[in-house]
Ligand binder design. Structure first.
Ligand code: PEP
Ligand code: MG
Length: 877
């Protein structure tokens, strides 16, 4: 089987085999563009290489040698020849773009003899020896694993000795001296001499590029960008052209459009008399591409024309590397250019307007992660006064919260309704529950690929990393920064886009809706069939959701209305009531509070469905922590003086909390089980809903309430509670008025048994909403609150699972239950409405699955709505 292909033997459709770079080089060669000839070793060869123990088989090396012979013929040069030597570059080229993640070696084929040939051939000794020392440096680093600074130190010393300011000022003699130094360095560090045999160089370089697929930074990049580990990389061997041969040579990079604004202007930079890496390495400051128009007008025109040709061909903005050798232009590679979020949208919209793309193609191109960036909250710059410290901008967006220093406190405070910022020296997988619970993450150690950065980005949370000015003193629950002490509970603001840590709660600027984004979203709405609802618990979120395009509310978690500081005591009175009468008294106080919330939400959602879920969490979540109460109780028992009443009160409270305590609360008295045992709670909630509906109706607002019962596992549970809803609705509104308020009653499908018995349950349900957080928890048997910190991260890291199933829906397992329930339900009741309201409702891949299942809607947090609208359109395409 052919595992090595000349450029002219491939084309753009062979990307899986040739990698992105190889496929594009082949395509450019076919289009007649000036590409230096070469060949590609396929990704299949790479996978075989790993399979046979990181070794190039003889068979593969034979194919490489044979193809190299063909290349020699094409170029009229010989590899390893000491009069007319062929030199090549060896570069990785993966299927999915991984810029800067893997390795490149230039000038391969030079040794003590061929360098003399090159010098004679080009009549330029300085150039030839510069190429040789560059090869040794790159080979030494990439292939032999010697840290670059060893070579840089030697180069630096040479420059000092020669009194040279720039690399170009060094003479051939200087380079020769350096080459001797490099040889000694390589021998000392590896115990082996720099290989003089050119085929040995080639073999080692190819091996190193294959192996670079598994270097840590490549692993992390793939993880962040969800690129499969089993793709492997191709290797491109291309004949060298030289931009460093003199004044009529140069090298550069151009973008066909501006990658940071998206504007349709030629953009890029170049260096005269330089080789590839010099532009990126920042050793010399490159010139803007416009200057090339003056300096080499013909080359500029050719480059411009080729760029336009490539952009048209690929129907996308291109990032092109070029080299000029002796006044001749060569294109070394082209690829779809990386761009920021705003530029991506502008380019997509412009390409449609220019007739190059259809709307569907443009939507298909949009990376939903880009929308994340655009839609994150930012800072109001005017308001910022007190910048405490600055770290790395690890994950965009701004976050405000109260400072905590450990994950448990973060989780606890967040459960109590507080906004928290978690500050740690560094985070580990054990902190994951704290990361989840926090608005933003701050670490004093670790870089852009540290655990905190990777995890926060994955979750779309603002994160500032490696903020070394910050010193955390865990024992004292304090940190110092900028000469100040900040305590646990103090408010701080993080700006993940710039890395700033700011004292105090700064006002945040909401996400921006640019014209381009609005256009793209409108196109998406024209295409998609899946509706997008929001998870929103209060009028403010409802308003945001509607602004971002929500077509309804798919989940209003009513317990969130219970957690506010003014309401919690009343909720506690209700829970701790000794008898029904007292409970009813407390509920009567709660009723107007809930009613006013519902009114606010109905007003915002005028004319759109609002799904309200009745109380779900176990009651102990509203009560003080049992261990703390025990401690307090013991303390009071030993205090001799006074406070009898407090002692008694604490004992009483402790008894109640103990009575409600469950070993396994997530599988305990929660959801509809609570509503069945304490019907008066649900009764109050239903009454509040219909009172609010009635009041809004009278104001001319169209209310469409959909009442949702959580955690149903048996049809009888829903039967009883549906009767309760219908009864209370009629009592509150009266038969006639109810006609004005077409409400629905439905259930969440969160317990596997509910999915299995959907045919029975549907008799009492107008809609099913998949609560995939609990459904995942109960299908896998993984505690949603503990699994990540304990074993789940390990599972994902070690590839036992492809994803964290709480983030990306497990279509294989949980998905089967969804399918079963949708089919079962619809077979008995074709009009059944179906949707999803777990976290998965805002995840692209999960949205694709929901579309496939034919669900009516997905429901997600307000800020993910634009993303969901685009993903739903992409699912349709
Ligand atoms: C769910 O379980 O998926 C759900 C939406 O409910 P909650 O997260 O409130 O348990
Ligand atoms: Mg749930």
């Amino acid at each position: 089987q052919k595992q090595v292909l000349l450029f002219q033997e491939g084309d753009a459709s062979m990307k899986m085999l040739l990698g992105g770079k190889g496929a594009n080089l082949a395509e450019m060669t076919r289009a007649g563009l000036p590409v230096p000839p070469g060949f590609t070793i396929t990704t299949e060869a790479c996978l075989t290489f790993f399979k046979v123990g990181n070794r190039i088989s003889d068979e593969l090396f034979d194919q490489i040698s044979a193809t190299l012979k063909a290349l020699e013929k094409q170029k009229g040069q010989l590899f390893g020849d000491d009069t007319n030597p062929l030199l090549v570059s060896v570069r990785s080229g993966s299927v999915s773009s991984m810029p800067g993640m893997m390795d490149t070696i230039l000038n391969l084929g030079l040794n003590d003899l061929t360098v003399q040939g090159l010098a004679a051939l080009t009549s330029n000794e300085t150039f030839a020896y510069d190429c040789y020392r560059r090869l040794m440096q790159m080979f030494g680093n990439v292939v032999l694993g010697i840290e670059s600074y060893h070579f840089e130190q030697l180069l630096h010393r040479l420059k000092e000795n020669e009194g040279a300011e720039h690399d170009q000022d060094i003479s051939a003699i200087g380079w020769k001296l350096l080459i001797e130094d490099y040889k000694k360095c390589i021998l000392a560090k590896t115990g082996r001499a720099f290989p003089q045999h050119v085929y040995e160089q080639l073999r080692m370089a190819i091996e190193a590029v294959f192996k670079s697929w598994n270097n840590p930074r490549a692993h992390i990049y793939r993880k962040i960008n969800r690129i499969p580990d089993d793709q492997g990389t191709a290797v491109n061997i291309q004949s060298m052209v030289f931009g460093n041969r003199g004044g009529n040579c140069g090298t550069g990079v151009v973008f066909t459009r501006n990658p940071s604004t998206g504007e349709n202007t030629f953009f890029g930079e170049y260096l005269i008399n330089a080789q590839g890496e010099d532009v990126v390495a920042g050793i010399r400051t490159p010139l803007a591409i416009a200057a090339l128009k003056e300096e080499m007008p013909e080359i500029y025109e050719q480059l411009f024309a080729a760029s336009k040709q490539l952009e048209k061909h690929y129907k996308d903005m291109q990032d092109i590397e070029f080299t000029v050798e002796n006044n001749k232009l060569y294109l070394l590679q082209t690829r779809n250019g990386k761009r920021n979020a705003q530029a991506a949208l502008k380019i997509a919209v412009d390409l449609v307007h220019e007739g190059l793309l259809s709307k569907q193609e443009a939507i298909g191109r949009i990376e939903v992660s880009h929308l994340d960036q655009l839609l994150h909250r930012g800072m109001d710059e005017e308001a910022i006064k007190d910048v405490l410290a600055k770290g790395l901008p690890a994950s965009p967006g701004a976050a405000v919260g109260q400072l905590v220093f450990d994950a448990d406190t973060a989780a606890e405070w967040s459960r109590a309704g507080k906004s928290v910022i978690l500050a740690r020296n560094e985070t580990t997988p054990e902190d994951i529950h704290g990361v989840i619970a926090s608005e933003g993450i701050l670490t004093s150690r670790g870089g852009m690929t540290s655990h905190a950065a990777v995890v926060a980005r994955g979750m779309g949370k603002p994160c500032v990393c490696g903020c070394e000015e910050v010193r955390i003193m865990l024992e004292d629950k304090q940190m110092t920064a900028g000469g100040r002490i900040v305590e646990e509970g103090d408010w701080i603001t993080l700006d993940g886009a710039t890395g700033r840590v700011i004292l105090g709660a700064m006002p945040l600027r909401e996400a921006q809706m640019t014209d381009e984004l609005l256009t793209v979203l409108q196109w998406a709405d024209e295409i998609r069939t899946l509706n997008v609802y929001a998870n929103a618990d209060n009028p403010e979120d409802a308003k945001t959701a509607r602004k971002l395009g929500a077509q309804g509310i798919g989940l209003c978690r009513t317990e969130h209305m219970f957690f506010s500081p003014t309401r919690l005591p009343v909720v506690q009175q209700m829970i701790l009531a000794d008898n029904k009468e007292k409970r009813l008294q407390a509920l009567a106080k709660l009723l107007p509070m809930q009613q006013s919330d519902f009114e606010g939400i109905f007003e915002e959602m005028d004319g759109l469905p609002v799904t309200i879920r009745l109380l779900d969490p176990p009651l102990h979540e509203f009560l003080p922590n049992i261990e703390e109460l025990q401690k307090r109780h013991i303390q009071l028992t030993f205090e001799s003086e006074g406070a009898d009443s407090e002692r008694e009160e604490t004992a009483n409270l402790l008894r109640k909390v103990q009575a409600l305590h469950e070993t396994n609360p997530m599988l305990g008295q929660r959801g509809c089980r609570l509503g069945i045992v304490f019907p008066e709670i649900y009764d109050m909630q239903i009454e509040a809903i219909f009172r609010a509906a009635s009041k809004c109706n009278n104001k001319g607002i169209r209310v469409i309430p959909e009442i949702m019962i959580p955690l149903v596992g048996h049809a009888n549970e829903l039967k009883v509670l549906r009767e309760l809803v219908d009864f209370v609705a009629e009592q509150v509104m009266g038969k006639d008025n109810l006609r004005e308020c077409p409400y629905k009653v439905g259930t969440m499908i969160e317990v596997p048994r509910a999915a299995l018995t959907a045919r029975q349950i549907v008799a009492y349900a107008d809609f099913f909403s998949f609560g995939t957080n609990d459904l995942t928890q109960m299908t896998y048997g993984y505690s949603r609150d503990d699994a990540e910190g304990k074993f789940l991260t390990h599972y994902v890291d070690h590839k036992l699972l492809p994803h964290n199933p709480f983030q990306v829906l497990d279509t294989e397992g949980v998905g089967q239950l969804i399918e079963l329930a949708v089919h079962g339900g619809r077979s008995m009741k074709p009009s059944l409405k179906t949707g999803i309201c777990g976290e998965h409702g805002g995840d692209k891949e999960s949205i694709f699955f929901c579309h496939l299942m034919g669900l009516d809607y997905v429901s997600c947090s307000p800020f993910r709505i634009p993303l969901a609208r685009i993903a739903a359109a992409q699912a349709f395409i």
